[in-house]
Every structure is written in C-alpha cells, then in structure tokens.
Design a protein around this ligand. Structure first.
Ligand SMILES: Nc1ncnc2c1ncn2[C@@H]1O[C@H](COP(=O)(O)OP(=O)(O)O)[C@@H](O)[C@H]1O
Ligand SMILES: CC(C)(COP(=O)(O)O)[C@@H](O)C(=O)NCCC(=O)O
Ligand SMILES: [K+]
Length: 279
C-alpha cells in the first residue's frame, strides 16, 4: 500500500492507495498535530511500503512525521517546491518559498488541463495561475472561511456555513450575527476568486480552466460563476505526478481527476470585467 499524506495548517489528510490496482482503499483526516499514533490517527504502517508527503505545517511537524515513518516504512518521499518540474516553471522569486501544496496543485492542474487556475480552499484560499506553456505566474493568498470567521471574534466560530446552502441564500443580507458573518465571509471569498480569475485572464489574454480543491471547495464552488471543476485529490495528484509509483501513475493517469472544465471565452470574461467596473 501507498500512504499519501497532505498535512495542512488545519487538517492532515491521508489516503491509502493500492500499489497494484491503483485503487483508493481508505482515507481520513485528523487535526494537524506534532505526534501521530499509527493505527489510531493514521493507518497501521505494517501494510505500507511507501509514503508520499506534502506538508505546509511547521517544520517540526514534518520532521516528527518523517522520523516516525522512516522507522517503519522503506520509502518516504517528501515533496518540495522546486524551480521547475514536469514542464512547470515556478513563478516565485524564491521558488522554495512557494507553499508545496500550491506547487503540487499547480503541477497536477497543468498535467490535467495544461494552463489552469488552481484554487485551494483550506485554512487559506490560494489562487495560482499556470499558463498553457507551463509558466507559473505566482498567485494570491486570502484567509480561508474559517480564519476569516475566527478573526472577527463575534462568537460565531462554531457555526459553519452549511455546505448544502444555496449560493443565492448566502448572498442575502444576514438578519442575525451568524448569518451576517457567514454571508459576509462567503461573499469575500467568492468575489475574490471571481475577480482575480477575470483580472489575470484579462492581463494574460487567455481563458484558463479553473480547478478547486480543499476542505471548503464544495461550498465555494456554488458561488464561483466561471466554469470550474472540483478536484478533492488535486494535491495528491501532484504527489502522484512527482513520485509516480503505480502502473497507472507511470502512465500519467491521476486518480480522481475530473473532466477538464471548458472555460468561457476571453471576450466574455473581459465583458464581465468591464461591466463590473461600470457599477
Ligand atoms: N469536517 C471538517 N472539519 C474541519 N474543517 C472543515 C471540515 N469541512 C470543511 N472544513 C473547512 O475546511 C478547512 C480545512 O480545509 P483543508 O483543505 O483541509 O485545509 P488545510 O489544508 O489548510 O488544513 C477548515 O478551515 C474549514 O473551513
Ligand atoms: C498559503 C498556505 C498557508 C496555504 O496553506 P493551507 O491553507 O493549505 O494550510 C501554504 O501554502 C503556505 O504556507 N505557503 C507558504 C507561503 C507561500 O506560498 O507564499
Ligand atoms: K490552501
């Protein structure tokens, strides 16, 4: 079995993948912490022959995790942001400083769609752009829904946005604190994504497919107006592409990859942008 780990600032996600059949056998998530208990937090390591890790948590968390895993697992692969990989050129002045989850998302998105806009809706919402030739432009970092809510300190922390809510309902003015906050932060997040996408496509003269991932991808998806696909395994896709282990991975097949969304025309994006400037 292959154990894939995606250690975020809030949640550490894991999945077990069958090295022979490439099927996903199980998956889970625990709060990001410094110490793991195999068997309780993550699967028993006896069945694991290789681990692939993406981590943006504090360096100590990654160190502890790698030390623990190396005792029991033969192959431990840790992803890092590099100046170039798989046809993508990292747009950061200091490529190693780009969050590795963003880098893996960009690699997966490029592998799947060519140029793309990769949006990761987790503790932070990150919006990264890769042009069809493989140039990563850099991106945008906005606080995630949960961080925005916590920063307000209005006692509404524990009332999450219902992931089933209709986007229309979330656009109405709230008549109590919790709704005012939830609708406000939701609008802040989706307006930022919609606007940033249009601005960058306009600047670059290209309409890019949009891919969403992260814990809040589904609810944010309802408010994103441009065509897009939700790809919960996008970061794992970057791990697969960087460290291909199974037959399917070596053939370039990324698990759980959605159909590539067809972007609207650049003319339409520009018309939308021009219209929003008039208001
Ligand atoms: N069941 C859940 N438990 C915790 N957070 C959740 C859950 N469902 C959605 N979320 C949202 O997803 C975010 C975490 O998403 P994730 O992509 O795992 O973030 P990160 O990679 O930063 O740890 C939380 O901040 C919260 O807004
Ligand atoms: C921006 C992030 C905090 C997002 O992390 P996440 O929300 O997935 O936990 C992470 O990618 C990170 O720590 N990046 C380093 C800074 C940068 O990318 O510029
Ligand atoms: K993120």
């Amino acid at each position: 079995m292959i154990l894939d780990l995606d250690i975020g600032n809030t949640l550490s996600k894991w999945r077990l993948k069958d090295a022979e059949s490439s099927e996903i056998r199980s998956r889970g998530a625990v709060w990001t912490r410094e110490e793991w208990r195999p068997g309780a937090d993550i699967p028993d390591l006896d069945v694991v022959e290789a681990v692939r890790i993406s981590s943006v948590a504090r360096a100590a968390v990654l160190e502890e995790t790698v030390t623990l895993l190396r005792r029991q697992v033969r192959h431990v692969y840790v992803a890092h942001s590099t100046p170039e990989a798989l046809g993508v050129v990292n747009g950061y002045d200091e490529p190693g400083r780009l969050g590795v989850d963003r880098w893996l998302g960009a690699l997966a998105g490029y592998q799947l769609a060519g140029g793309c806009c990769a949006v990761d809706c987790g503790s932070a919402i990150t919006i990264d752009f890769v042009l069809p030739g493989g140039a990563h432009l850099g991106g945008f970092i906005v606080p995630g829904l949960r961080l925005m809510k916590e920063s307000l300190k209005l006692g509404t922390q524990n009332v999450a946005i219902d992931p089933e809510s209709e986007a229309d309902a979330l656009l109405e003015p709230g008549r109590r604190t919790v709704d005012a906050v939830n609708h406000g932060i939701y609008m802040a997040a989706v307006s930022a994504i919609n606007r940033i996408y249009s601005e960058v496509c306009d600047q670059q003269g290209v309409a890019l497919p949009v891919l969403l991932t992260g814990g809040d991808a589904r609810v944010i998806s309802r408010g994103v107006q441009v065509p897009h696909a939700v790809w919960p395994d996008m970061v794992y896709g970057g791990l697969e592409a960087s460290f291909p282990l199974t037959f399917a991975e070596r053939a370039g097949k990324l698990s759980g990859a959605p159909a590539v969304p067809k972007p609207v025309s650049l003319e339409k994006i520009r018309a939308g942008l021009a219209f929003s400037m008039l208001l």
